[in-house]
Design a protein around this ligand. Structure first.
Ligand code: MG
Length: 463
């Protein structure tokens, strides 16, 4: 609640990934109607595709959003229940003027959210979100007359078109020949609608877990974190599968389990995709947030690739990719952006790319991942009131003269031995987060201890 009160005070609605809130607390049908009137005013009577995930509140909110959009004269096309990347693909493919996706991604079941896409299917840049916020807070809705309200139409075949699009970017014949055995854990999210089907269509033998859409998320929490994926890992091992894949609630992120049942965090699977992408396209640019592993840079260095580090957040990664014309981007949470398909996170595309690499190299996933450099990651946090975050950062940066640092998002310090630490104020909670990375666990741990102390001492002086 505090975070929402703060955002309201600052007149901000959009967070790092759209608008989010607990249903019928912050995110009521009335709010959805009004924000959709602001979005509709922004799109100025255009054609807007509306899609939603499998949450209990999604159909209700989609109806409120539809009412808001049509009241401002927008033509609403219903894409139905589908993964976020499928709706994003449809916005572009169906030549819409924009899109609205009702989803809270990986958040717990009581949450929902609203994401707004531009006509290219990518989330709106920050400055356009600000425009919508202004319309909302000033209640400057361009309501249409009774005889110029928007119509409501069905956009059929969204999922089919999306699956076909993904297939075009991989060697389906090579994948088919391997008859891979794949276990999909869709976490009761909308990945259930696309991933098992795509994999069967490209000749995989598919077993599913939690692959029925259920907004109460009875199988596991919607975020595919290693601690939620024990069941997937043990099924992969017990059935002798080649691959396990787990998606988040709206199926834009994918986390993989190798043939030995080992769960890999997203920057390792991303680095594997990066490696084979750069082998075929050396010197290309890779976009990734500053929170990603040094691994991404190591792999890029191997093939003269260039890494562009960004602020944390998928919208920034996507928008930066478009700006610098990069074809590949990725995040440590399992989001991979493959621009030849679309520059947004896409779990089906990511899974297809991994299978493509396995098919072409003939390697097992465990062996392919083993070849990547190994880093150890340790995390820490220091409580810090919101109002002191900026000051702490300034003091901290002042103390780090003569060191190799980056201040894109918080401060990242790079050391000679390839270890690094990112010290970053949380966007939502009153604390600083620390992520250290090193070639040994001991070193990563030492970095956390040392810099937690430094942040604490700065805070003590400011208080
Ligand atoms: Mg998501």
């Amino acid at each position: 609640m505090k975070e929402d009160e703060r955002k309201m005070k600052e007149k901000r609605l959009f967070g790092t990934n759209g608008i989010r809130g607990v249903v019928n607390r912050e995110l009521t049908p009335e709010f959805a109607l009004n924000i959709a009137q602001a979005i509709g005013t922004f799109f100025n009577r255009g054609k807007v595709l509306v899609g939603y995930d499998g949450r209990t509140s999604s159909p209700m909110l989609a109806k409120a959003v539809t009412a808001g959009l049509t009241s401002t004269g927008c033509q609403v096309w219903h894409g139905g229940m589908a993964p976020t990347p499928a709706i994003q693909y449809a916005v572009k493919h169906l030549r819409m003027d924009g899109g609205v996706m009702i989803t809270a991604s990986h958040n717990p079941p009581q949450y929902n959210g609203i994401k707004v896409m531009a006509k290219d299917g990518v989330e709106l840049p920050r400055e356009k979100e600000v425009k919508i916020e202004k319309i909302f807070f000033n209640r400057k809705f361009a309501l249409a007359e009774w005889n110029s309200l928007g119509g409501i139409y069905e956009a059929s075949g969204v999922i089919e078109a999306y699956i076909e699009a993904v297939k075009k970017h991989v060697d389906t014949a090579a994948i088919r020949e391997k008859r891979f055995k794949v276990v999909v854990d869709a976490g009761n999210g909308v990945g259930s609608l696309t991933l098992p089907r795509l994999l069967r269509e490209i000749g995989c033998r598919v077993l599913t877990l939690n692959a029925n859409v259920d907004g109460t998320f009875p199988g596991r929490l919607p975020e595919p974190r290693p601690e939620n994926l024990g069941e997937l890992a043990s099924v992969v091992k017990s059935v002798g599968a080649d691959l396990g894949v787990a998606t988040d609630g709206d199926a834009d992120r994918a986390i993989f389990v190798d043939d030995r049942g080992e769960i890999h965090w997203g920057d390792r699977s991303f680095a594997l995709i990066e490696r084979y992408f750069l082998m075929e396209h050396p010197k290309e640019t890779i976009v990734t947030p500053v929170s990603s592993s040094q691994l991404i840079k190591d792999v890029a260095d191997e093939f003269d690739g260039k890494v562009v580090w960004t602020k944390v957040g998928s919208i920034t990664v996507a928008r930066t990719m478009i700006k610098v014309k990069a074809k590949l981007g990725g995040e440590e949470n399992g989001g991979v952006f493959y621009a030849p398909h679309q520059p947004v996170r896409d779990s089906a595309m990511t899974t297809a790319l991994i299978l493509d690499i396995m098919a072409k190299t003939g390697g097992k996933l465990s062996e392919l991942l083993e070849k990547l450099p190994k880093y150890y990651i340790e995390k820490g946090k220091v409580p810090c009131p919101h109002e002191l975050k900026e000051k702490v950062l300034r003091e901290l940066v002042g103390k780090l003269k003569n060191m190799k640092i980056d201040t894109i998002d918080g401060v990242k310090i790079w050391f000679e031995d390839k270890s690094s630490i990112l010290i970053r104020p949380s966007g939502t909670e009153p604390l600083y987060r620390l992520y250290a990375e090193a070639r040994t666990r001991r070193k990563a741990f030492t970095l956390i201890e040392k810099y937690e102390e430094i942040v604490k001492s700065i805070l003590d002086k400011l208080k």
